[in-house]
Design a protein around this ligand. Structure first.
Ligand SMILES: NC(=O)C1=CN([C@@H]2O[C@H](COP(=O)(O)OP(=O)(O)OC[C@H]3O[C@@H](n4cnc5c(N)ncnc54)[C@H](OP(=O)(O)O)[C@@H]3O)[C@@H](O)[C@H]2O)C=CC1
Ligand SMILES: O=C(O)C(=O)CO
Length: 317
């Protein structure tokens, strides 16, 4: 089998080859492209004679999938697969897997980093401190005792719940199914409406799909308390970001921490959240710890090994 890594995976080529060694030792060939390309013709050339494709976050269009006439599997080095044309993959009987769980600690930690950044005014106070100022006029609030509302209690949302409990927070959640382990720890499931009405902080950990696109709209934002903050380290299009910017600028809510955007990268200079009040922004870095990059390469090649053994794991379709 020919395995093609279509774009960099955040670990050096030698390290990647070491991780893929069990496959190479079985006689499979590995081609690694170290430069990302967005040129469709170039991508078609790269995938032409491959059997297994490894991609990270670059959109994988149907026409590129169709150009790989011998393709049997796409091993996505990402949790979300909303950038892959799954309909065309399905039509062509191609198995798609993801790297579920590779970045869970990294995303959980940044989620709390964003929360604390806003509650303690870390970003503005950094500037004030350098200019010789004081904390005068900057609020200092704790996580402890606050109610955290989690949308999506899967791998990431579930661990966010556990850390929140350790911080002394009350945790409520909305998810289409209920997790018994979390319930036993004290997490209370309720409707999305009740989560928005009750929470001091809402954090989003849903995947982007047809049901979640735009789900956090003006109606839900209006339900938030004036003192509430909203965190999104899932996917930008889950929120109506124009409505969110308006709510922040009109001080209808008290802050926001955003790692993901409707279009990225780069984020256009007129993007509504770029200059919104009391907002901390990061350029989609939640996943990108050095440790997560190594974990994800391990999962991606393990997925391929399992597929070749006839026992696929982390299957999306
Ligand atoms: N910013 C970043 O760097 C990163 C962002 N992400 C984003 O975070 C998302 C979540 O990741 P992860 O926790 O690992 O994924 P999981 O698949 O483990 O969790 C997703 C959760 O969302 C629930 N869910 C899915 N659709 C709906 C719906 N329509 N209504 C209610 N609940 C729903 C699922 O419920 P059920 O259990 O019933 O299926 C599941 O509990 C990813 O899809 C990705 O987009 C992930 C990694 C890094
Ligand atoms: O793995 C994912 O889905 C991510 O968002 C990483 O950026």
């Amino acid at each position: 089998m020919k395995i093609t890594v279509l774009e960099p995976l955040g670990v050096e080529k030698e390290k990647l080859e070491e991780i893929a060694r069990p496959l190479i030792e079985k006689g499979h060939t590995l081609e690694i492209f170290e430069e990302k390309s967005t040129d469709i013709e170039e991508l078609k050339r790269r995938v032409k004679d491959t059997n297994i494709l490894v991609i990270a976050n670059s959109p994988l269009k149907g026409e590129v999938i169709k150009a790989a006439s011998d393709l049997e599997m796409i091993s996505v080095a990402f949790t979300g697969v909303d950038h892959v044309d799954l309909d065309i993959a399905k039509e062509n009987d191609i198995l798609v897997s993801n790297a579920a769980g590779y970045s869970t600690p990294a995303v959980v930690e940044l989620t709390f980093g964003l929360m604390i950044g806003i509650l303690r005014n870390v970003v503005p106070l950094h500037k004030v401190t350098r200019e010789g100022g004081t904390m005068e006029g900057f609020r200092q609030r704790e996580l402890h005792g606050r109610t955290l509302g989690i949308l999506g209690t899967g791998d990431i949302g579930g661990d966010v719940a556990k850390v929140a409990i350790a911080f002394g927070m009350k945790v409520i959640a909305f998810n289409r199914s209920e997790n018994e382990e979390l319930k036993n720890l004290g997490v209370e499931y309720m409707s999305m409406e009740d989560v928005f009405k009750t929470s001091d902080i809402v954090t989003i950990h849903l995947p982007l799909n047809d049901k979640t696109r735009g789900i956090v709209d003006q109606r839900y934002l209006n339900m938030l308390k004036k003192d509430a903050i909203l965190i999104n380290a899932a996917r930008g299009p889950i929120i109506d970001n124009n409505a969110l910017a308006k709510a922040l600028n009109e001080e209808k809510i008290s802050g926001s921490g955003i790692d993901v955007f409707d279009m990225e990268p780069p984020i256009p200079s007129d993007y509504p959240l770029l200059n919104a009040k009391n907002t901390v922004l990061t350029p989609h870095i939640a996943y990108a710890s050095e440790e997560a990059m190594v974990r994800r390469a391990g999962i991606v090649f393990k997925n391929i090994e399992k597929f070749l053994e006839g026992n696929p794991q982390n299957v999306i379709i």
